[in-house]
Ligand binder design. Sequence first.
Ligand SMILES: [Zn+2]
Length: 321
Amino acid sequence: MRRAILSAAVLLLSAGAALAQQDPGPPETSAGKPLFTFRSALWVNLHHFLYVLGRACNGTPDSRRAAVNAPADTQGFEALTPKERQTWEHAIAYYRSDVSPKDAVFDHGLVAMTNAIAAAGDSPSLAGVDIPASLRAVLEASTPVYRKVWWERHAQSNRARIEELQSLLARYGKPISDMLTHVYQQSWPPEGLTVQMCAYANWAGAYSTEGRLIVMASAYDGISKSEGLETVFHEAMHQWDDSMIPRLRDRAQRLNVEIPRDLFHALIFYTVGYATASVVPATTRMPTRSGRVACRGVRNWTNTGCGICAVKGLSTALSNA
Ligand SMILES: [Zn+2]
């Protein structure tokens, strides 16, 4: 009997070892650094929270998206004193007029400020950070209010999403990374990419822009689980835009084919959707944005015809060339 128990234990141990062996570990760059490093920092969280609240106050159409339902995030607000409320309202009013009308991805000035704020991490103040004095004053004044009501909850949500992503990356990230770099014939920056995890990001729930800035929203369940895995690679692939878009345009010109304005974006959706779906088992996958869903999304964004269909057309043209 004792022998049988021992054999069962050995069997279980070897099964565990086999499972551990199947896990290839997180994806790395050519320099052996982690491809993704996640941060959850105070200033950049406060900045994005005020940014989406300012857009909601301005009634911009994108502020009605599920990823930016920040006005409903009021738990604990009643604990604020009248003075604290006044400080908070002043901060939102400032963002509403000076920051939120700008696009988080394409406005160079705002992107530079966001990069500077992100670099400040959790510093006690924003001294020496290259942002307008008025913005610094608003952020520093509203921080105690943010800490009192939201920060602990937002940081907890960030930590949970980072943990979930790291576990998915350890299991599935390497083959996805290998597939993407192979298909695109591109490599990741040797030092890796930093992802700023914030409760809120922008209407899309995640974005990637100049200065290697990548932001993801942890308060948005639409990019949790396998969708989060797909999203982090989607945003990382945008860092190849500057080298890939000219290559695509050049190739299309030589083939004498018309390409829709947003073909490159459709290629990202399609490729990373395909890579994720081929690695993550169907039973643990969220409904993916690739295929028909992305097809509808791309058509809505571009008004230039369906990007996915254009991808297929170009692939055919390329394979026949
Ligand atoms: Zn994108």
